[in-house]
Design a protein around this ligand. Sequence first.
Ligand code: 4NP
Length: 154
Amino acid sequence: MINVLFVCLGNICRSPMAEALFRDLVKKEKLEDQISVDSAATSSWHIGSPPHNGTLAILKKYNISSEGLTGRQLTKDDFEKFDYIIGMDESNTKNIASITGQPKHPKIIRLLDLTDHYKDVPDPYYTGDFQETYDLVSEGCQALLRKIRKEHGL
Ligand code: 4NP
């Protein structure tokens, strides 16, 4: 199994959106037996919480299931368990490196570095623009799946 983990600050806006979107993509491409998906926060602020209403609404708009999305915090052990640890912004990737004790490891990647954007995914918790975030996360997820297919011959 190839294990993919999306990480953001709160695990209620961007990373659960990415988890749901990527799982949907994996299912549509019939790769669910090969790829598993999860998400986590660098903070402890929203442990056990459902996603933000803005994330739930945009997933519903695109008919993507938000089942099973519950806030949890990243742990040091996640580094061993996951093959791709995808941060939404640079601050996330720095915090992932610090929590896991793995500075500059190639499996820790900022999502939009897999696209032509090379920038942070804007945080809709502050911008209020869940559509902009959805569009970028969707682009990033497609790029991630291409990378995984290539690296694993899928
Ligand atoms: P996220 O957004 O990292 O995309 O889940 C945030 C969620 C909550 C907070 C900040 C950002 N907060 O300050 O509680």
